[in-house]
Write a protein that binds this ligand. Structure first.
Ligand SMILES: C[S@@+](CC[C@H](N)C(=O)[O-])C[C@H]1O[C@@H](n2cnc3c(N)ncnc32)[C@H](O)[C@@H]1O
Length: 190
């Protein structure tokens, strides 16, 4: 029997590729988070949907917008302009920061964020996720979260920081699990 092409199934496509409009905005909505940061704003796609569906949300987006290795980043400097244009209608609730995310962590107070959406997957970040995660979890409030897609690709970075598998959860939205989004709950011991 001929094998079915799963990408022709709209539900499969939506649940895999649609994480930024199908999962992330609603996960934030259900948790009523109102202060967040996105690391890796690129052209503002995921920021747009988070801001559109969460009217109380204040979101800062960080990116270097440099040409980096990988076909998707050949015209990355143009993405800064696209991002600004796309988010114009939310300008009162959105800030954009042109900086390396490691440096930009210094612009935020410790324990001040409900969530960080971690979307920095690209070749130059290989081997650097641990240092980045360590910097940004400090900025998240007790009980806040670090959310991201495909954390599996750099799970070892979490383990090396001392996190265990049972501290990383699949995002659940309206009773269904996201195929790609996961989150780490940040717990502080004062
Ligand atoms: C996977 S893309 C983000 C996709 C975006 N969130 C979207 O919804 O389309 C990753 C982005 O991270 C940025 N980036 C990678 N390393 C960075 C770093 N150290 N500091 C700031 N931005 C970085 C890249 O410039 C790239 O635009």
């Amino acid at each position: 029997m001929k094998k079915k092409n799963k990408w022709l199934n709209p539900f499969h496509w939506l649940s895999h590729k649609g994480w930024f409009f199908y999962d992330l905005p609603y996960f934030i909505y259900e948790n009523q988070w109102i202060k967040g940061v996105e690391l890796g704003a690129k052209s503002g796609r995921s920021m747009f949907y988070m801001l559109k569906h969460n009217k109380e949300l204040h979101l800062s987006g960080i990116d270097k917008w440099q040409v980096i290795e990988g076909g998707a980043y050949k015209r990355n400097p143009l993405n800064e302009l696209r991002c600004k244009r796309r988010l114009k209608r939310f300008q009162e609730r959105a800030d954009l920061i042109h900086e390396d995310a490691l440096v930009a962590a210094g612009f935020f107070e410790d324990d001040s964020l409900d969530f960080v959406h971690y979307d920095l997957q690209c070749k130059p970040m290989l081997g650097k996720h641990g240092e980045m995660i360590a910097k940004w979890t400090v900025k998240i409030k007790d009980g806040g979260v670090l959310i991201g897609r495909d954390f599996r690709d750099f799970r070892d970075s979490f383990y090396r920081l001392g996190y265990e598998e049972n501290e990383i959860f699949k995002c659940k939205i309206k009773g269904r699990f996201s195929r790609r989004l996961e989150y780490l709950v940040v717990k502080k011991s004062y």
